[in-house]
Design a protein around this ligand. Sequence first.
Ligand code: SAH
Ligand code: SF4
Ligand code: F3S
Length: 436
Amino acid sequence: MKQYYIYTYGCQMNESDSERLAHQLETAGYTATDAVEEADLIILNTCCVRETAENKIYGRIGELKHLKEKNKDLILAITGCMAQKNQADMFKRAPHIDIVLGTHNIQHINEMIAEVQRTHTHQLNVDMDNTVLPELEAKPNGTFFAWVPIMNGCNKFCTYCIVPHVRGREISRPVSAIVEDVRKLGAQGYKEITLLGQNVNSYGLDFKDGTHFGTLIDALDGIPGIERIRYMTSHPQDMNKEMIDALGRSSNVVTQLHLPVQSGSDRILHKMNRHYTVEHYKDLVAYCRKMIPGLTLTTDIIVGFPGETEEDFEATVQLLKDVRYDMAYTFIFSKRSGTPAATMEDQVPEEVKRVRLQKLMDVQNEISLALNKDMEGHVYDIIIEGPSRTDETMWFGRTSGNKMVLFPREDRLHVGDTVQARITKGQTWVLYGEIL
Ligand code: SAH
Ligand code: SF4
Ligand code: F3S
């Protein structure tokens, strides 16, 4: 029996693609292994959103060379965004790679493996001419939660971002296909789904028939078994009241919103090609908080975008203090070749970027801690996910707002149970609770 091992980097879209790759491999007779040394096929499903991601992956590809030397039949495949970006250059840099498979072609993995076995030559497929997304089955990793891709690609072209270049233009899956997927998942015992797209708020616009994200949210309401619907990522330019109303009236959409702002300076937002102002963003947040009571709000922020002055940066700090996010994912601007920002003048020195990042994290951590402390004494529904990674006597689950709650393990509790937890202690990153 042949065995496979998949490394997954990057965002949830890649997690989902890996599950779809796994399903195909299993239909071809492969089984999963936890021991990479025993694999006959290793896939690295890659990300290239920042340079650090790419460097880490090249490091791993180098480390895997010794396994190829030990086992001449081992097949090494690179899939995902970095494969799409670097294409045949990957073979030049690391000739021990067998397959480079781009983001639009994962449905061809088994044919490519067969070609390598037959011809022992490099196999490359990075075509991006799809106009319809292939419908691919997944082998879900989770026992009660599953990813549901609703679209692929991005049309936004933020000036720092490589994603539109490696994922192509937006293509949505039909509402009916998504509803059918979610019905099946509900019937199979999945309680929680996450709708995935680089910009879910432009879902359906490519059909040009009036379909939009709100239409989909309404269509997914009340599907038997589905307790929680998450969705990511939202975009402040395309998210509108109609969609927020649909999220608010749904009986199973969660009280969580990830709404990347990127910067608190209108001047920088403009240079980023993000077509909204800080004022518009704040209005949007206020409306979301009104329509979705108890909302957990998170964001992404880039520090050190070219031309970012102390004043621009301070505006971002102020935005954090004004909005009071539950959490902010903060990134140092990374030059991605082929994007406009990579060659803009006034690049910010590395040292300045690092200082700004630290300051932002300090401000945010204080806010996260205060908001989590506010939850102490209150009771929340959580779905149990399993044992804590660091302490076997503790388990954890998540609230509808996606906050992690740690609690002492008890025999009566099982993974996937929905239970009530009273919060006993709020910390910056996690909460502690007791199960009622
Ligand atoms: N489609 C999503 C997220 C895409 S990538 C969105 O629009 O929000 C996830 C995050 O990585 C982005 O929100 C951004 O904050 C960050 N990011 C993207 N390109 C980057 C770059 N070149 N340097 C630093 N951070 C970057
Ligand atoms: Fe990148 Fe902007 Fe598209 Fe998000 S919306 S994937 S940041 S180009
Ligand atoms: Fe990375 Fe591609 Fe996702 S670049 S963040 S894996 S869309």
